[in-house]
Structures are given as structure tokens and as C-alpha cells.
Design a protein around this ligand. Sequence first.
Ligand SMILES: Nc1ncnc2c1ncn2[C@@H]1O[C@H](COP(=O)(O)OP(=O)(O)O)[C@@H](O)[C@H]1O
Ligand SMILES: [Mg+2]
Length: 382
Amino acid sequence: MKDSPFIYGTTVSIHSFTNREDESAKLRSNLLNGINTTIISPRRWGKSSLVEKVIHDINRKEKKTKTVIIDLFSIGSEEEFLETFAREVIKSSSSKWQEWMLSGREFFKKLIPTLSLGIEPQSDFSLSFDWKELKKNSDEVLNLPEIIAKKRGIKFIICLDEFQNLSSFSNYIAFEKKLRACWQRQKSVTYCLYGSKRHMMTDIFNNPSKPFYRFGDIILLKKIEQKKWVTFITKSFIKAGKQIDEKTALLIPLMMKNHSWYVQQLSHYTWNLTHRKATLTTVGNALNELINANSPLYQKETESISTTQLNLLKAVAKGETQFTSNTVMQKHQLGTPNNVIKNKTVLINNDIIHEINNKFEFVDPAFELWFKKQYFNQSYSI
Ligand SMILES: Nc1ncnc2c1ncn2[C@@H]1O[C@H](COP(=O)(O)OP(=O)(O)O)[C@@H](O)[C@H]1O
Ligand SMILES: [Mg+2]
């Protein structure tokens, strides 16, 4: 049996990547023309995949442009960030590890990095600094790409994923100012900063009193259109030796509200359950499987919120819009208008609900189906 043509759980930049032509062209042009770019969307819509794809194209065609992608998800401190930043910039500046060792010594004036290489230079190259010195001279690290670029006649594109995580560092406010001050002066380095926590990203980049205000272009990444998903699904089935007709394929983005991750996941389950040709029943069974597989997560999510927040979520699920009207507050036991306002903010900030066309809806379409089944015994069969 051929492998599934659908991928979820990791970024998709080559196989299984679809659409995003306009966004790719815009991002590519921005990054190659020195326009710093911020990308914001809820998680799992496709930011990391888009950036990886564009960077992959740039790496193939632009030999004088060096690229770096750092995921800040697991970086917990300013020190760790600076060390990772320096290491990755040095590594991307040359394909020869001998040159990394030279760069490590050549390009710092005050800082003296400790460099080490293991048996596998590609994965075992490490670099560390004395913390006190690093704190005093963090500019040297932040300016490193500009200095290397000038000396070597190259350019850098630096992509920082889940950028809002920087705000969890202690002393973040001062650090944020320093980042902006260093980065905005650089002529040979372009930054792509993206993240999923929308309220935090918006606060960093759209708040006039914050240093990153007007740092560059902001792309609010949208979902991939339904029609395009249908083409992708039917073609992928054929490529992998099975079939699904357009009407059946349409159910997948329809049920998953065009959410990239879930469209891929439901397509995968459907493909897996298909012998030769997928039917309505196949998609129905696949949907059951998907909800079952995710339900422990959803269970946990609902356990982590308070009763009045849960009630507010129920009101959203019921399609209510006037949350502070007396009838709605009483019917759903939402507490006081103040409770409603506070809880709404909590649910929005935790990316559980968002406002679209003056209406609130669940961010996670599969969670919504599970939720309605769980609390209203509303079936999600198709
Ligand atoms: N352009 C795309 N084409 C097909 N599937 C995609 C695309 N972008 C994202 N996906 C799907 O969505 C999932 C999440 O994408 P990812 O890039 O990690 O999102 P984000 O960085 O916004 O959280 C991927 O694992 C993949 O299944
Ligand atoms: Mg991502």
C-alpha cells in the first residue's frame, strides 16, 4: 500500500503543501527586498509551513542569501535565545564547519564564546558565553548577522517562530527595546517574526507605545479556501492510488471549516479507511475517529476553564450574540455583565473563541463538534 499523501503534526513545506501562492509570493518578495514581515494567525493554520516553504525556495535560488529559522517555543531565557541566535547565524553563514570556528572567534570584539564541535559537526556545534559578559554585550550577538553579512558580502533572512514567547523572559521589556534598536539599523538582515498567540502578537506589533510598532509588514494569514482543498484532496487520493469524488471530498473542509491541520488529519483518516473509493460513510467514520483521537485533549481543555467560562462557551456554541442581555445571561447562567466581559477576554486570549464578522465562534472546529456532542448531545454525523 502506498503511503498516505496527507501530513499533519509537522510542518509541510514540500510534500503535501498546497496553495498559498499569493502569500508565498508576497513573503518571498518582502524577505528578499529587506522588508521585515510579521505573520499572525491562530495556531495550525499554516504559518510555519509557509515560512519553511518560502525559505526552501530562497535557499535553492539565492546563493548569496543565508537563512535561519529558530523556533522560540522551547527557548526559556534571554541567554538561551542569544546563544541559539549566535549559533544558528554562524552555522547558516557557511557550509563549512571550519569557517564556523573562525567566525566564532573573528566576529566578536568583547565577547569570547566557548566553541565546541562533536563527532557530527552539523548537529554537535555549540557555542556559549559567560552570562555576565553576555548581558553587558548582548548587542554583539544581535548585530552578528549584520557584521558577518558585510564582511562576507552576503545577506541574511532570520525567521523567528512563536515570537511572542520572548515576552515570557524576565526583563523582557528592556530586551524588546534592545532588539528593536539593533535590528532596525541593520541593512543586510531581514526579519520574519511570526506567532500564534494573536492578542500577544498584536500587542507587540500593533501597539503604538511598543518598540516593535511599525517594524514592518503585517500579514494576517487566512485559511485556505474550500475549493482549493477539494482539488488538493481529490488529486492527492489519485496520486496515492485511491479515489474520492468532489462531492465527498467537499465534506472534509466543510466539517473542518477549512482549518489546515484538521483538513489534513480528516483527509488522512478518510484515506486510511478507504479501500478503493471513499464514500460518505468513510468520511463519517473518519470523523468519529478524529474526534475520539482528540477527545482527551478537549476534555483537558474544558477542565481548565471555570464554570462561568464554560457557560459562556456553551452560549457561543448555541449561536448567541448578545451575551450581556438579561435573557442570555440568565438562560446560560453567565453571571454579571462584568463576569461576561472578563470571561470573554479570557476565552479570546486563550484562543478558544474569536470574533469573525461580529460573531463569536470556536477557533478549533473539531473541538466545537466534540463540545456540542458532549454538552448538548448534538450529533456530528454527516
Ligand atoms: N499550505 C498548506 N498545505 C497543506 N497543508 C497545510 C498547509 N499549511 C499547513 N498545513 C497543515 O496544517 C498543519 C499545521 O501547519 P503549521 O504550518 O504548523 O501551522 P502554524 O505554524 O500556523 O501553527 C500542518 O501540519 C499541515 O497538516
Ligand atoms: Mg507554527
